[in-house]
Design a protein around this ligand. Structure first.
Ligand SMILES: C[S@@+](CC[C@H](N)C(=O)[O-])C[C@H]1O[C@@H](n2cnc3c(N)ncnc32)[C@H](O)[C@@H]1O
Length: 222
């Protein structure tokens, strides 16, 4: 599915979110800044796709990006080369990472956790590769909390977004999947609980754009 939409993935992200997705990624990096001050420990960006979050992080530190979809990685690699950014891409499965325990100072995953066969297992794998005192950041679609705004947004998300996505990508299916997977994904509180169950402490979340997305943060106990 991701291979099919890879050529238009970036364009659709920016069109469908009216460019707000860029702000969400920049905000994520700003929240992580205190944890990125240790240059000896690289940051892992899971489900990195075409590399937009990895590229933002790379302004601060060395980043390793992992994704299992080669066409997404190829587009990411071209962007990294153009910007000469400090990002290494690895083709791999987020549920079975080719890294030892306790390695990374931070692990990020943007709009990826929802797509894993088992998000709970994905969180445990993130916890395993984080070093003690490190931080996990999960940026994901969530639930708008303001009732009127939620209704307007849900109308757009359920009815317009899949049509625009299918039209621009030329691929039927993935943007219906986006709608359905977001609606089936845990809300802010449920995801925070899942992170605690995976072993994270000091779990908190920040609603973005009224809760359309949320950034969850959690630390691996030192
Ligand atoms: C919606 S994209 C998000 C890409 C990027 N993080 C962003 O913010 O635009 C989800 C990505 O997760 C990847 N993915 C899904 N399941 C995966 C898994 N088990 N292991 C590695 N990558 C996975 C897909 O290939 C896809 O590139």
């Amino acid at each position: 599915m991701f291979a099919a939409i890879a050529p238009r993935y970036d364009l659709l992200n920016h069109v469908l979110s009216l460019n707000v997705d860029r702000r969400w990624r920049r905000f994520t990096v700003r929240q992580l800044r205190p944890y990125l001050a240790t240059p000896e420990a690289p940051v892992l960006d899971l489900c990195c796709g075409t590399g937009d979050l990895a590229l933002e992080l790379a302004r601060q530190t060395l980043v390793i990006g992992v994704d299992f979809c080669r066409p997404m990685l190829r587009i990411g690699q071209a962007k990294i080369a153009r910007r000469r950014a400090r990002v290494l891409l690895v083709e791999g499965d987020a549920l079975c990472l080719p890294f030892p325990d306790d390695l990374f100072s931070a692990v990020t995953v943007a709009f990826g956790l929802r797509n894993l066969e088992s998000p709970a297992r994905g969180l445990r794998e993130i916890h395993r590769v984080l070093r003690p005192g490190g931080i996990a950041a999960v940026l994901e679609f969530s639930r708008p909390w303001l009732p009127l705004f939620r209704h307007v947004f849900l109308f757009y998300f359920r009815n317009l977004l899949p049509r625009i996505g299918t039209w621009i990508s030329g691929v039927p299916g993935p943007y219906d999947y986006l709608r359905d997977s977001v609606q089936a994904f845990p809300d802010q509180r449920q995801l925070a609980r899942m992170m605690e169950d995976a072993g994270f402490k000091a779990v908190r979340y920040i609603n973005l754009t009224g809760g359309i997305a949320a950034l969850h943060l959690g630390e691996k106990p030192g």
